[in-house]
Write a protein that binds this ligand. Sequence first.
Ligand SMILES: Cc1ncc(C[n+]2csc(CCOP(=O)(O)OP(=O)(O)O)c2C)c(N)n1
Length: 371
Amino acid sequence: MAPKKQAPFDAVSTLQEIESKFEVVQVLDLDGNVVNKDFMPDLTDEQLVELMERMVWTRVLDQRSISLNRQGRLGFYAPTAGQEASQLASHYALEKHDYILPGYRDVPQLIWHGLPLTKAFLWSRGHFVGSQMPEGMNALAPQIIIGAQYIQTAGVALGLKKRGQDAVAITYTGDGGSSQGDFYEGINFASAFKAPAIFVIQNNNYAISTPRSKQTAAKTLAQKAVAVGIPGIVVDGMDALAVYQATKEARDRAVAGEGPTLIETITYRYGPHTMAGDDPTRYRTSDEDEEWIKKDPLVRFRKFLEAKDLWNEEKENEVMEKAKEDIKNAIKEADATPKQTVTQLMEIMYSDNVPQNIKEQMEIYKEKESK
Ligand SMILES: Cc1ncc(C[n+]2csc(CCOP(=O)(O)OP(=O)(O)O)c2C)c(N)n1
């Protein structure tokens, strides 16, 4: 009997079908109403309040960091306002012993993972003390090379698996980062080894001034997961509950030995890319900004909590005052930290096997800096 003739493969409709499945998952609408009970996280009232406190505190930190930068009291700073749900609700789904491999905008996650604010300020100033994580805090310093942290995350996650540790490695990049070679290598390697990794793409629609539409022809960034055989999900990145739940499910899968997940959070940064001088008005319209401000993660979550009688103005003011006080103390402490020396910079690069030429240079600087 002649073999049954195979139907011609329709690559175009297969693609369209896959792309149509990647809808944006949301839990809260703009008025803070739950619109998707199936994706509602299992969080206690105390936990919901704590997550809001972290977002409010971090919004104040962003505002103060921008003015400290303008006063010349901070160095590198990448604004975070608008991305609080994407950053902090994903972090909230982690455990203390999980590893974070952040990008340069992800300092808030480090702070809530245990990085003292003083160190965060020192990192901004390029002081090496700011890159040294406290003992027991599992994180790398923020990555500046776009996408490089994705490869490192595959390695860290594989290490966790080989040691049989009940922990995950989470990393963050932007929409621009999802076009880098390192991005593909990282998700592919982690997938092949079923490493316990969570890959987050914070899609804030711009890689500095390059719009998302020029980044890729793919309809979503999360669908890139399909090519390496891992689950991908697109969530409303201005919706703390949706971000939390997506990350929690990804973590559960990872520790159960089921491998990595790719999460795309649709978000927006209100400020410039960094404080180094890009002017968003040259590449974004004020109409676009206004559309996004309507989706603000704090406003939406506040409405949700207020309806449950868990939040009010007084509570919000308390958190804002606490943030201002914390910032004041931390910047004072950062100012009082001794300036780094060239000798120290060389010393921290090597634990042993210091090359001869570095040893010689160290001697020269030790001598110079002892005066
Ligand atoms: C490998 C590499 N290429 C270029 C740069 C310069 N650069 C810094 S930020 C940036 C855009 C990144 O955009 P995106 O990944 O969307 O992240 P976002 O800052 O929006 O969170 C570029 C190209 C870099 N740091 N590293």
